[in-house]
Ligand binder design. Structure first.
Ligand SMILES: [Zn+2]
Length: 173
C-alpha cells in the first residue's frame, strides 16, 4: 500500500493533517523576501500536498515554531483586499487556529515590514508566557482572563462593555 492509498482511507474523517512548520528565523527570512513569490510558492506546495495525499487542506496549515517553548503557531499571508498588491496581511493564530494571536500588514518597505515581523514574534512570545493582547483595547492581559469572540480575544473590561452582549446575540451556525 502506498502513502496515497493509506491516507485516502482517512479522507472522510480527515483524521490526519499535514503540517509544515518553519523555525522563526527561516520564517523571518521568508517574510523579508519576495512576498509575491512566497505567496505563489506556498500555494504551489499546498496544491501539490493536496494532490499527492488527497487532503482538502485549508490554507491555514502553515506553522511557525516560536515563543518560549518553540510551540507551533498557525500563520498565513493574504492579499486581504488591499488595493496595493504589494501589501500582504499577516495573521497568526495559536496552534489549532482557534485564537488570534497577531494580525498586521507586511509592506514593501523593509523597516516597516521588519517592525510587523518583530511585533508578530513578540506576540507569540507573550502568548507562550501566558499573556495576550486584547483585540479591542490593546492592553496586555493574562490568558486566564481571555474571553473569546470569533477569533478575537478580549480582556474583562472590553468583554463586559461590548463583546459579552455581541456573543449572546451571535448564532455560530
Ligand atoms: Zn480590552
Amino acid at each position: 500500500m502506498n502513502v496515497k492509498e493509506l491516507l485516502s482511507g482517512n479522507r472522510g474523517s480527515q483524521s490526519f493533517e499535514p503540517w509544515t512548520v518553519f523555525d522563526q528565523y527561516t520564517w523571518r527570512q521568508l517574510l523579508m523576501g519576495d512576498l509575491a513569490a512566497l505567496y505563489a510558492n506556498l500555494n504551489l506546495v499546498h496544491k501539490s500536498i493536496m494532490e499527492s495525499i488527497g487532503y482538502s487542506w485549508s490554507n491555514t496549515h502553515w506553522h511557525v515554531a516560536a515563543g518560549r517553548d518553540y510551540h507551533p503557531y498557525t500563520w498565513m499571508i493574504t492579499h486581504a483586499g488591499f488595493k496595493d498588491k504589494a501589501v500582504f496581511a499577516l495573521d497568526v493564530w495559536n496552534w489549532n487556529g482557534n485564537n488570534a494571536v497577531f494580525s498586521g500588514e507586511l509592506y514593501p518597505n523593509a523597516t516597516r515590514r521588519k517592525d510587523t515581523i518583530d511585533a508578530a514574534i513578540a506576540a507569540m512570545e507573550r502568548w507562550s508566557s501566558g499573556i495576550f493582547t486584547c483585540s479591542s483595547c490593546g492592553i496586555e492581559t493574562p490568558l486566564t482572563e481571555r474571553h473569546s469572540f470569533w477569533a478575537g480575544g478580549y480582556c474583562n473590561v472590553c468583554w463586559e462593555r461590548e463583546y459579552k452582549e455581541k456573543e449572546a446575540h451571535t448564532n455560530y451556525n
